[in-house]
Design a protein around this ligand. Structure first.
Ligand SMILES: *[C@@H]1O[C@H](CO)[C@@H](O)[C@H](O)[C@H]1NC(C)=O
Ligand SMILES: *[C@@H]1O[C@H](CO)[C@@H](O)[C@H](O)[C@H]1NC(C)=O
Length: 462
């Protein structure tokens, strides 16, 4: 078939686009996963970089964290951020439906860098201009604001209004950028507080919601070793033990409050932690609400006393006494004087049911790097918790991939071993083709009626 005549250019659907259309129509719910640029410093098997991401696991990946420099411009934090951005955004060659966002926030000398930036219209304009240029240059699809929280830590009450101004100006600038450059508009999102007093103080909910594509409610860190009695990190509901303001320290209380204040349910994403929080018990009591004085020992990989990643947890729970807190729909585990409130597949399932019952817009996971991403700790495959979440949410199953054991002789599973990244024909079926990425094989399907042509690396008419 002479390529000069055929396929007609108009029919030459790039293979990648075929995959995009298929995934896009099937995906109604978001599974947004955060990665952190400090996880690269964890030792041995805990080390995590953008190379460890499964391109088909999440619908969106948020890269945490960048900052704002003294010139009010968005700026990287780590020496190799831009290298990791490239690694992350290369995943879109494999899964063109994947969206990536850059998160900005944190503190500089203990103060949020947002506070100075939002104070004047000129500095907000400088920031917004730098954001658009930086995101476009590094091939991101959007921005995630991680300001904890407007109106807190020395900033004035007026920061609540300034946050609204920042969002409306960002949204307008993103629209203008998309129109002028004929591009898909950049996504605008925020991580927001879960405690009622923080929500009331930080946000004009009805004014900010229209500007945001989605809102990540940080439904974790409800309890931790800073308290004098054990409590769960991320309980779905309250407990009979709760008193005072603690009655609001649960997911249901947070989400109800966001809804009452006027946030559209379909923009709210429920936060799923892939970590648990630890305590050191101070008496013989081991239940919920038992006296405690500080955290259990730090985990060997996360090396910070007070929390353990889920891959550290799966080394702890088999020898521990595990209990299910029925009224809160979450488990805890104790061993010796260590007490751990964490999440497992069962609690994730309960939270998905809650999410669905309340018509929420999906899930966001803190973080990719604290799940058993390599599968080397929990004997339950790669990303066991997030994969379970994906399946529980009813998201379409991932394309055939090969995390196949080295002993396999399956010619399809092994197709990409040793081959450069790229697209290849499947001699056994012309309606499909192979996408190779870092030695892994992804079997892709052309849209109905089209077949794969290696000459154009695209699906076209037979
Ligand atoms: C910010 O506020 C929290 C809660 O009030 C407090 O624990 C923390 O020390 C404050 N940080 C700074 C830098 O003021
Ligand atoms: C969830 O929160 C709502 C609103 O505050 C409340 O009416 C309801 O009883 C709570 N559900 C549970 C199981 O605690």
């Amino acid at each position: 078939m002479p390529l000069t005549q055929w396929p007609l250019p108009v029919l030459c659907v790039p293979a990648a686009l075929g995959a995009l259309l298929v995934l896009h129509t099937a995906t109604s719910s978001r599974l947004v996963c955060h990665m952190t640029n400090w996880a690269q410093y964890r030792p041995s098997s805990g080390k995590f970089t953008s190379d460890n991401i499964d391109p088909f696991l999440c619908t969106h990946v948020i890269y945490a964290l960048s900052t704002i420099n003294s010139f009010n411009q968005i700026a990287p934090i780590e020496w190799n951020d831009e290298q990791q951005f490239a690694g992350l955004n290369r995943l879109k060659n494999v899964n063109p439906a994947l969206k990536t966002l850059l998160s900005v926030g944190g503190t500089v000398n203990g103060i949020s860098p947002f506070i100075a930036m939002v104070a004047k219209i000129e500095s907000r304009a400088t920031f917004i201009k730098s954001v658009i240029s930086y995101l476009r240059t590094n091939n991101f699809d959007g921005l995630n604001l991680a300001w904890e929280y407007p109106g807190h830590n020395g900033s004035e009450e007026q920061d609540r209004e300034r946050f609204t101004l920042l969002l409306s100006e960002l949204a307008k600038a993103f629209e203008d950028d998309a129109r002028e450059n004929r591009k898909t508009p950049l996504l605008l999102t925020a991580n927001v507080a879960a405690f009622r007093p923080n929500i009331d103080r930080a946000y004009e909910v009805q004014k900010i919601a229209p500007h945001l594509d989605f809102i990540n409610v940080m439904t974790y860190d409800y309890h931790g070793h800073w308290e004098a009695a054990t409590g769960h990190n991320s309980p779905l509901y309250g407990s009979a033990m709760d008193s005072g303001t603690h009655i609001h320290h649960n997911i249901n209380a947070s989400i109800s409050h966001w809804l009452v204040k006027g946030a559209p349910a379909e923009k709210l994403l429920l936060g799923f932690p892939t970590y648990g929080r630890t305590y050191r018990l101070s008496t013989g009591a081991t239940g919920l609400g038992a006296p405690s004085n500080g955290p259990a020992d730090a985990g060997p990989y996360t090396r910070t006393a007070g929390f353990w990643s889920s891959y550290e947890i799966c080394a702890f729970t088999p020898g521990a006494n595990v209990e299910w807190i029925s009224e809160q729909q979450v488990p805890y585990a104790t061993y010796g004087s260590a007490w751990l409130g964490y999440d497992d597949k069962r609690s994730f399932s309960s939270k998905v049911q809650y999410m669905t019952a309340n018509n929420l817009g999906g899930a966001h996971v803190w973080t990719l790097d604290m799940d058993d991403f390599s599968g080397s700790f929990c004997s339950d495959g790669t990303y066991p918790l997030i994969n379970h979440l994906r399946v529980s949410m009813g998201l379409p199953s991932k394309p055939t991939t090969t995390a196949a054991p080295a002993t396999t002789t399956d010619p399809i599973a092994d197709f990409c071993r040793g081959r450069p990244d790229g697209l290849y024909e499947n001699p056994a079926n012309e309606k499909t083709f192979f996408q190779c990425f870092q030695g892994h094989t992804y079997l892709q399907h052309c849209q109905a009626g089209l077949v794969y042509w290696d000459s154009c690396k695209c699906c076209s008419h037979p």
